[in-house]
Design a protein around this ligand. Structure first.
Ligand code: HXC
Length: 260
């Protein structure tokens, strides 16, 4: 249980979270529920949704689930409509659905590249676009989960780097275009966070200690570190923060220590 913030900072808010069944975004969804928000979570996998719903309900939270692939705009529109029908509004949208695997650029197929761009970048656009009317009505906000991979260059990650650079562009553009509607759009760029699917896929266990020594804060991040950043950005404490992607990486990218 996250204890940094008051328990009611998101009281009465409805949060629609993609990829909210597992990992970093699952942690963010749970933290929102622990701080008063009611959740709508979406993922391709029904089993991930059911497990998260059970967990959130076990501590008294509310969790509506709807399966959808963020690459499918019609499915996304239906998920947003179902959420509005269920709760009457949407205040916060979190784009956490993401795809990842390690692959050298010269071995990556165009479809492999396109698949990750479709999930991360087009999926983020689809969800933002489909939730615009709801967010305009609630004067709500969007939080995009990005990465730091593209700040320098990360071998074996050309697809994710390109996709997340696109996500950052979406964050900036929408913050400018939709700010006048009272919608804030921000992002979080997590660095190396332990116990996540991304790290399991990207980092060989024997490299963890070596990499830890190269992180300025001398430790891997925890999912709770991202939860706290997400709570701050979506709370009234950040009501004048717009168009920012907050890096939460212990200073890792500044040293240019590649994860791959
Ligand atoms: C090379 C691969 C591949 C691999 C898939 N492809 N896996 N190429 N190496 N390991 C290629 C396939 O060959 C195919 O191209 C194309 O990608 C589509 O593959 P499918 O399996 O048909 O696609 P799909 O089932 O839609 O999903 C693929 C997937 C997905 C993206 C790999 O399974 C997925 O998202 N898994 C990971 C989820 C995850 O880890 N989420 C956390 C992300 S963490 P061809 O040409 O053969 O048709 C994150 C943070 C990054 O993003 C920052 C960390 C620091």
């Amino acid at each position: 249980m996250n204890q940094v913030f008051n328990k009611d900072i998101l009281q009465g808010k409805i949060a629609f979270v993609t990829g909210g069944g597992t990992g970093i975004t699952g942690g963010v969804a749970k933290a929102f529920a622990e701080h008063g928000a009611k959740l709508a979570i979406t993922s391709r996998k029904e089993e991930n949704l059911a497990a998260m719903k059970a967990e959130v309900e076990s501590f008294g939270g509310e969790c509506f689930t709807v399966a959808a692939d963020v690459r499918d705009f019609e499915a996304v529109e239906n998920a947003i409509a179902a959420t509005r029908e269920h709760y009457g509004k949407i205040d916060i949208v979190v784009n956490g659905a993401a795809g990842n695997f390690l692959c050298a650029a010269n071995e990556l197929s165009p479809n492999g590249f396109g698949t990750v761009v479709d999930i991360d970048t087009k999926g983020t656009f689809n969800v933002c676009r489909a939730s615009f009317e709801a967010l305009k009505e609630s004067k709500g906000q969007i939080l995009n989960i990005s990465a730091t991979l593209h700040y320098l260059a990360t071998p074996m990650q050309i697809h994710v780097s390109a996709a997340k650079a696109g996500v950052d562009a979406i964050t900036r553009n929408l913050s400018v275009e939709w700010g006048r509607h009272g919608i804030r759009v921000n992002g979080i760029a997590p660095g190396p966070i332990e116990d996540t699917e991304g790290m399991k896929r990207l980092l060989m266990p024997e490299l963890k200690e070596k990499l830890t020594r190269k992180i300025p804060l001398q430790r891997f991040g925890k999912i709770a570190d991202i939860e706290n950043a997400a709570l701050f950005l979506t709370s009234d404490a950040a009501s004048y923060v717009n168009g920012v992607t907050l890096v939460v990486d212990g200073g890792q990218w500044l040293l240019g220590t590649s994860l791959a």
